[in-house]
Design a protein around this ligand. Structure first.
Ligand code: SF4
Length: 372
């Protein structure tokens, strides 16, 4: 990531990893950290599954995973991969035939653990199918489904067991001269996940897929993920992320981007800086921010907007944002453009006017980028 020489305390040095391709999306190396989600429709229902993929892609998903538990699902995958605007990862658990079918159906990546496929012949067949169809593989170690011999050795799921499992799967792929893979070591326990990922980061140069599994509902899962993934990303670990929530996949994408935005690792859309509001507020901050979030969801250009209730913090925050509004007295406030005071604005006109200003600024940023 770019180094910030003026504010060195913002620098995150990413762990060097080798780069692989998931379809047309690079993962690892200096590629932007890819944000993923997973559909929760019946994968055999092409229309419903594509609907979720489209919505996730619109929200910014770089990659979407679809589970393919049976032949109906791998059959449907052909149409799904043909129509999807983003690469599709086929989620396979044990059945090697589903993996081969998914590779043939156009999956960009197979999520499968080679150690679970069965005998060597089957492993070779799956790897050959991945090679023939330009598929990558994601090894997905999960604390809840560790191999029996590791549970016997370590007596319970733990970071050492998870990493050992991951390295065993890696060895199978490398022994078959397959290097186009990434790896995850997920657990629902934040401490276990974080420790396992830190060990994994030392043990391999493969790109790392970060996730806290079964994190929970929208609020609790967001917090768990922000803590677990946040600290790993801060340490420079992680090349692609999936926030697992018992919620709509679009929410997973939004939360993923918010985590990356908070760390300055990726920027997308309008970063709204707003105060919590209090008795000093010159307008209804909470309702205004809600309305603006909704009205500005279509803007993908990275930019910042400050919406602050009063002059205590308004002018200071506006200094550092592209567009700003600070509440004042008598039902009006001040608009700031590029950190400078610009003009007064009545509270009634505020949402429409700020949307206009942000759209204008986004167009300017886009135009400046394309003229380079
Ligand atoms: S900026 Fe003003 S309105 Fe907002 S929380 Fe602070 S004092 Fe209250």
């Amino acid at each position: 990531m770019s180094m910030n020489h003026i504010r060195p305390w913002r620098n995150i040095e990413r762990r060097p990893s080798r780069q692989i391709m998931v379809g047309n999306v690079p993962v690892g190396g200096d590629a932007p950290i890819a944000v993923q989600t997973m559909t929760n429709t019946d994968s055999g229902d092409v229309k419903a599954t594509l609907g979720q993929i489209m919505a996730a892609a619109e929200a910014g998903a770089d990659i979407v995973r679809v589970s393919t538990p049976d032949q109906a699902a791998t059959q449907a995958l052909k149409e799904i991969t043909r129509e999807s605007p983003v690469p599709i990862v086929a989620d396979i658990h044990f059945h090697y035939k589903r993996a081969i079918e998914a590779a043939e159906a156009g999956a960009a990546c197979l999520r499968i653990n080679p150690g679970n496929i069965g005998d060597q012949k089957r492993v070779r067949e799956v790897i050959q199918a991945a090679k023939d169809h330009g598929c990558s593989i994601r090894i997905g170690v999960n604390a809840g489904s560790l191999e029996k011999h590791l549970l016997e050795k370590y007596s319970e799921p733990c970071p050492d067991a998870m990493v050992e499992s991951g390295l065993e799967h890696i060895k199978i792929l490398e022994d078959n001269d397959f290097h186009n893979f990434k790896i995850s070591v997920k657990a629902s326990d934040v401490f276990m996940s974080a420790a396992a990922y830190q060990m994994l980061a030392e043990a391999t140069d493969a790109p790392i897929h970060l996730g806290i599994t079964e994190a929970g509902g929208l609020v609790s899962g967001t917090i768990k993920s922000a803590i677990g993934l946040g600290q790993l990303l801060w340490m420079g670990i992680g090349d692609t992320i999936r926030v697992s929530l018992s919620a709509d996949p679009v929410e997973e994408i939004k939360v993923g981007f918010e985590i990356l935005k908070s760390l300055g690792l990726r920027h997308r859309g309008v970063n709204i800086i707003s105060c919590p509001s209090c008795a000093r507020q010159g307008f209804d901050v909470i309702r205004t921010v809600e309305a603006l979030e909704h009205r500005l969801a279509h803007i993908h250009t990275p930019m910042s907007l400050s919406i602050i209730g009063c002059v205590v913090n308004g002018p200071g925050e506006a200094l550092m944002t592209d567009v700003g509004f600070t509440g004042g007295g008598a039902g009006a406030g001040m608009v700031y453009l590029a950190g400078k005071q610009s003009h007064k604005l009545s509270n009634e006109q505020m949402v429409d006017h700020i949307v206009e200003q942000v759209e204008k600024k986004a167009a300017e940023i886009q135009a400046a980028e394309t003229s380079y």
